[in-house]
Design a protein around this ligand. Structure first.
Ligand SMILES: [Zn+2]
Length: 395
């Protein structure tokens, strides 16, 4: 049984709890009221998408040991980018570095940035190539070297300079162009068809463009249909052979880069065939693939107008790409993804004639894979490309 005293204490306790609860509720109401009374001018309504917030850049610890050199690794199949310095490149100090005069000729140990100041945020004035000489003026206690670059003072990270000139690989000379057959006769426009890839990849490297020290595999094996399990090299060869015959019927002359799977022809060699015979159009037939099975559609790839080797062909390439893409999509019903531009494809960079690398659909998309591997559909693909060429040449 409960004593009276205890029951009074308990009552007091309950009253105290109620007061506290009411106080909390009042505060909550007040806060809710505040948020409703905000001036709509100053805070955007909640339906406006929020601006993505990027994490603040953190500086690498000053003592972090650099692990990645600033050299350009040989490029793989993926598009290559200009060399970038790792964040850990140079030790930075709060106080300005002290430079000791030290004049001597130094050599780059790889592709290395020349900067306006001695830190990796400074403007890039240019790049030194592997084994390229530069006149050093002074040595900083922060690991950077002051150099004379194109008549002005500049800075290079000392880690990528050596007093000894590194050996450079022998300059690349493309092999002699192999014999080809010209199909068709007369004075028709000459089309060089390059059915992309071949049965086996050739993983040896070749320069991505004339004189470039970036390299890529000579030729890759291509992709495989997600449903059909048929290789891209097989499909593009079938379409290419059909295209050859249709073009000849339409009065064109045609050179095939390959008419079988068992060849070993690098992407540079493919372009050299088009160059040697001064093709009126160089068509590189490919099929795309990506991780997402929902991605679909066709797109030609051309070099950019700033391409150092053939940017002068930009307007012709663009016209060729647009004509072929439009007519192809009309004939096949495949969705257009527009004309894409890239300077990362060796076969495009080495071409000296109007060139497109035509990605005709996605083998990673089950529906397009079924279509692209169907003989009747391939007939339409080839017809569409012929229509596109007729448009390009104004026929
Ligand atoms: Zn391909």
């Amino acid at each position: 049984m409960m004593s009276e005293k205890k029951s009074i204490q308990r009552l007091h306790g309950r009253a105290g709890a109620c007061v506290l609860l009411i106080a909390v509720l009042l505060v909550l109401f007040a806060l809710a009221g505040c948020s409703r009374n905000v001036d709509p001018e100053t805070i955007p309504p909640q339906t406006v998408p929020s601006i993505p917030v990027t994490a603040p850049q953190t500086k690498a610890p000053e003592t972090a040991a650099p692990t990645v050199p600033e050299t350009t690794a040989p490029a793989t199949e993926a598009p290559t980018e200009a060399p970038t310095e790792p964040v850990t490149e140079a030790p930075t100090t709060e106080a300005p570095a002290v430079y000791t005069p030290s004049e001597k000729t130094m050599y780059a140990t790889g592709t290395v940035n020349v900067r306006a100041a001695d830190n990796t945020d400074a403007e890039i004035l240019g790049r030194l190539k592997l084994a390229e000489a530069v006149q050093q003026l002074a040595e900083g206690d922060n690991g950077w070297r002051r150099v004379s670059y194109k008549g002005q003072e500049a800075y290079v990270s000392g880690r990528y300079l050596s007093e000894k000139q590194p050996e450079t690989p022998a300059p690349y000379t493309p092999p002699a162009v192999r014999d080809v057959t010209i199909h068709g006769s007369g004075n028709g426009q000459l089309i060089v068809i390059d059915p992309g890839h071949q049965r086996r990849a050739n993983k040896e490297q070749e320069p991505v463009g004339p004189g470039s020290d970036k390299t890529k595999k000579k030729v890759t094996a291509g992709c495989t249909g997600v449903v059909s399990k048929i290789e891209e090299s097989v499909v593009v060869l079938k379409v290419g052979l059909r295209l050859r015959d249709l073009l000849v019927e339409n009065g064109y002359r045609v050179i095939m880069v390959r008419e079988s799977q068992d060849v070993d022809i690098s992407n540079i060699e493919r372009a050299q065939i088009a160059n040697k015979y001064k093709a009126d159009a160089f068509l590189r037939l490919h099929i795309n693939s990506t991780d997402s099975s929902s991605v679909r559609g066709a797109n030609p790839i051309i070099t950019t107008k700033n391409n150092p080797w053939n940017g002068n062909l930009y307007s012709k390439n663009k016209k060729l790409a647009s004509c072929v893409l439009e007519a192809y999509c009309e004939a096949t019903g495949i969705k257009s993804r527009g004309v894409k531009e890239s300077d990362d494809y060796s076969g495009n960079n080495w071409a000296e004639v109007p060139t497109i690398l035509f990605e005709m659909g996605f083998m990673s998309n089950p529906e397009e894979d079924r279509l692209l591997t169907d003989a009747a559909f391939q007939e339409n693909m080839a017809k569409g490309i012929v229509n596109g060429l007729n448009r390009y040449f104004g026929q």
